[in-house]
Design a protein. Structure first.
Length: 315
């Protein structure tokens, strides 16, 4: 009889241990937040990924940080990994306003909320939050500064971002809302450099051959501004006015060196942290207490305040 009691007790203890272990594993996996951004070769995207990662870990979550490299198929694979891993949330700077809709819908159907940063999608009601910089407001500010630097007159070039990226169109529209008011401003070329520094360098080289008399270049982001500035310097045209958009340390240093004249700061680190905080609130309470679409204002950076900028934060 005693042996039967001891045997039952042993079975109960082993079963309880396995159950507790299983509960622990479930709890561990349920603390996973997956962070998906474009390539970390771009300091903007690296900054938002690092900010989100650090914020999530500080709140007690585990993280998986991956890049889709602006490839929608690769992004779909990352969403599938998040679903298979029973992630509690996805933070995403997406790979396309239309191409991302299906992936977010699939995650939502699996019970995993998505929080978008930097780039919106062309549908509401799928992502819990879409936290983006006010690109239109920022472009108005950048456009005003560009016109001022140009003295309201002269031939200029515009380098735009990826045509599939909503932000590229919004920034260009904002720029022209200001620039087109001035009859003395003449755009002689407008080309997409796909957010790429290398491509911007190559495009600028080609444009300069046909338009050696340009006075200014306005760019959809800082990496393209850096590429344009490098091409201008190589052509002995370092006095051409260049304005960017993002607020990177590279452009900060260029401004302080007297090359690029201005940029528009997006608070990407702040937006990434907001997304994690809202994910945490949603996980715990079922609501963020915020509207889905949220805009944060941009800030002009030039020689007057560039020294106070570091990693997309203006001190």
């Amino acid at each position: 009889m005693l042996r039967k009691v001891l045997l039952c007790l042993l079975v109960f203890m082993v079963s309880f241990s396995m159950f507790a272990g299983g509960q622990k594993d479930t709890e561990s996996s349920s603390k996973l937040i997956v962070i998906i951004t474009p390539s970390h070769d771009n300091p903007f995207f690296k900054t938002e990924a690092v900010a989100a990662d650090e914020a999530a870990k500080a709140m007690g979550y585990t993280t998986l940080v991956v890049s889709h490299d602006d490839d929608a198929n690769k992004q779909d694979s990352h969403f599938d990994t998040a679903i298979a891993s029973s992630a509690v949330a996805i933070i995403c700077d997406n790979a396309g306003a239309d191409a991302t809709i299906g992936a977010i819908r699939k995650a939502k159907e699996a019970g995993i909320p998505t929080f978008l940063i930097d780039r919106e999608i062309n549908e509401t009601g799928l992502a819990v939050s879409q936290i983006v910089s006010n690109n239109y407001q920022g472009a108005l500010v950048g456009g005003e500064k560009f016109v001022e630097l140009m003295g309201e007159t002269g031939k200029y070039v515009e380098l735009v971002g990826k045509e599939s990226d909503t932000n590229a169109g919004i920034r260009s529209k904002g720029y022209h809302e200001i620039i087109d008011q001035y009859s003395g401003m003449e755009m002689v070329a407008r080309q997409s450099a796909n957010w790429s520094q290398t491509e911007a360098f190559e495009k600028m080289e080609s444009i300069l051959q046909a338009n050696p008399e340009i006075k200014g270049v306005i760019c959809g982001n800082d990496t393209m501004a850096m590429g344009a500035m490098a091409a201008l310097n190589a052509a002995g045209m370092g006095d051409v006015i260049v304005v960017g958009f993002d607020g990177s340390n590279d452009v900060r240093d260029s401004i302080l060196a007297g090359e690029i004249k201005a940029t528009v700061l997006q608070t990407c680190a702040t937006n990434a942290i907001m997304a994690v905080e809202q994910a945490d609130a949603f996980i715990k309470n079922g609501s963020t207490g915020k509207p889905e679409k949220q805009l944060t204002d941009c800030v002009l950076i030039d020689g007057s305040n560039a020294a106070n900028l570091d990693n997309f934060v203006l001190n």
